[in-house]
Ligand binder design. Structure first.
Ligand SMILES: [Zn+2]
Length: 460
């Protein structure tokens, strides 16, 4: 039994059902779970570990619902800087085909280190390319060294160019192998909440890189084990045209046809969805990972975030892969989501009746997407808020910094409105991942050097 007390935080943002923001707040934690959240004066005064967070804001750990860690190796590649999704993919597939297991390991640590510095405590990753004997195991082992919770998606591609798909044949896998490997991974690594550090997700990559049969069989396998399903959907106009031409359906209808809707499914992007399709998500319980930076970077469009929020859809944020962002800074994504929603409203995209004022996404609403929203998307009722019974996952920022100077009348808003910062503390399950602004686990300088070597070898 170990106990951990944090005290005297300038403000503790709970994101509990009452959205309490507690001045001079703190947490009392035992064995990785929160026992009490409240004013410091009401908490036990002794513990095995005590951290005085005077002058800091404390928030629930942020939850990243969509990423491709390996893409940190191919950020800002010159030939892919100015391409839309399909051309960007075609440029990068041959480079990614050179990756080795070591590259997966290194890039996972790089992405998770970046995420940890941005307040993230749980990350979902979508790995769908396994060249040169790479396996999802490489990512899982790397993540354990860093200490963030990982929802590792066993992605897949099976529809090569010769069968009408987008990826070159040499990066796709046999469907029978994909399913066998998925089952092996579930049985080897999947943990159930509360407190799970590793979960497995099945995630055929996208409608344009897998067959309908693989989608169906992946869903059947996932449901047999009670695990979640994830894929890219309705990201671009090109995808919509592709689905209509090849399958005779718009993307969301295609998912319904394949039995790929339900509370165990979440989709990345959902930029090009109609009101009727949003209603399908609401009725069936599908979740969405909103990735605003990626959608801007690839000129994909504006996701209808207000409409999805009003429809009560489970909605979280994702940084998406680092080749289409090109960063893994989740606090930056929080800010981008707020700004993008405001811009869309200004452009008349929110389709409200004329009597209603244009909606303005607030700092607190967008923080809610990144915490409670992300937890709901990943199916984690043990995460997303700081209250008794939840996991001891939080981050803290010293408010006395240049970037927040002049914004301290509302420190919660400062975290979103001001320039995105590196956090001072990130704690997962009561353990430090970032402590006093330093990564607690691996040597960062060494990691950066290895990462750059791997990137040079791949990109040339
Ligand atoms: Zn993606």
């Amino acid at each position: 039994m170990t106990t951990f007390l944090i005290k005297h935080a300038s403000v503790l943002v709970t994101m509990d059902d009452h959205r309490r923001e507690i001045p001079d707040g703190g947490l009392f934690m035992r064995d990785g779970f929160i026992e009490k959240a409240g004013p410091t004066s009401e908490l036990p005064q002794s513990a095995d570990e005590i951290l005085n967070l005077d002058g800091h804001i404390v928030l629930p750990g942020l939850i990243n619902t969509h990423h491709h860690f390996y893409q940190t190796l191919t950020r800002a590649v010159p030939a892919a800087q100015n391409a839309n999704l399909f051309n960007w993919l075609k440029t990068l597939y041959p480079i990614w085909a050179r990756m080795t297991p070591d590259d997966i390991y290194i890039s996972t640590q790089t992405a998770l280190a970046e995420l940890a510095f941005s307040g993230c405590t749980t990350a979902s990753d979508h790995l769908y390319i396994f060249p040169n004997s790479s396996r999802l195991d490489d990512e899982i082992h790397a993540a354990r060294m860093i200490g963030l919770r990982l929802h590792a998606s066993r992605g897949s591609m099976s529809l090569g160019e010769s069968k009408g798909g987008l990826p070159p044949d040499r990066v796709v896998e046999e469907e029978s192998f994909i399913l066998r490997d998925s089952q092996r991974l579930i049985e080897t690594y999947h943990e159930s909440p509360p407190g799970a550090m590793t979960q497995i997700v099945l995630a055929p990559c996208s409608p344009f890189s897998v067959t309908g049969e693989l989608m169906r069989e992946s869903a059947a396998l996932a449901r047999q084990y009670g695990i979640h399903l994830h894929t890219h959907l309705a990201e671009t106009q090109d995808e919509e045209v592709f689905c209509q031409q090849l399958f005779g359906y718009r993307p969301v209808a295609y998912m319904q046809h394949l039995d790929w809707v339900g509370e165990d499914v979440w989709f990345a992007h959902s930029v090009h969805v109609s009101a009727a399709e949003i209603a399908v998500y609401a009725r069936t319980g599908c979740g969405v990972a909103h990735c605003p930076t990626s959608n801007m970077r690839l000129a994909s469009g504006f996701a209808p975030v207000y409409e999805m929020m009003r429809a009560g859809i489970r909605l979280g944020l994702g940084v998406d892969g680092s080749a289409s962002n090109d960063g893994s800074h989740l606090l930056e994504e929080v800010r981008q989501a707020m700004l993008m929603a405001r811009l869309r409203a200004a452009l008349g995209g929110a389709s409200l009746s004329s009597e209603e004022a244009p909606p303005i996404m607030t700092a607190r609403q967008v923080l809610e997407l990144a915490t409670r929203g992300g937890a709901a998307v990943l199916g984690r009722n043990d995460l997303g808020s700081l209250e008794p019974g939840k996991c001891a996952d939080f981050f803290a920022l010293n408010l006395n910094r240049l970037d927040y100077a002049g914004a301290l009348q509302d420190p919660v808003a400062a975290v979103v409105f001001c320039a995105p910062q590196h956090v001072d503390y990130t704690v997962v399950g009561g353990k430090y991942v970032v402590k006093e602004g330093q990564l607690a686990s691996v040597d960062l300088a060494n990691l950066i050097e290895k990462h750059n070597q791997a990137s040079r070898r791949l990109v040339g």
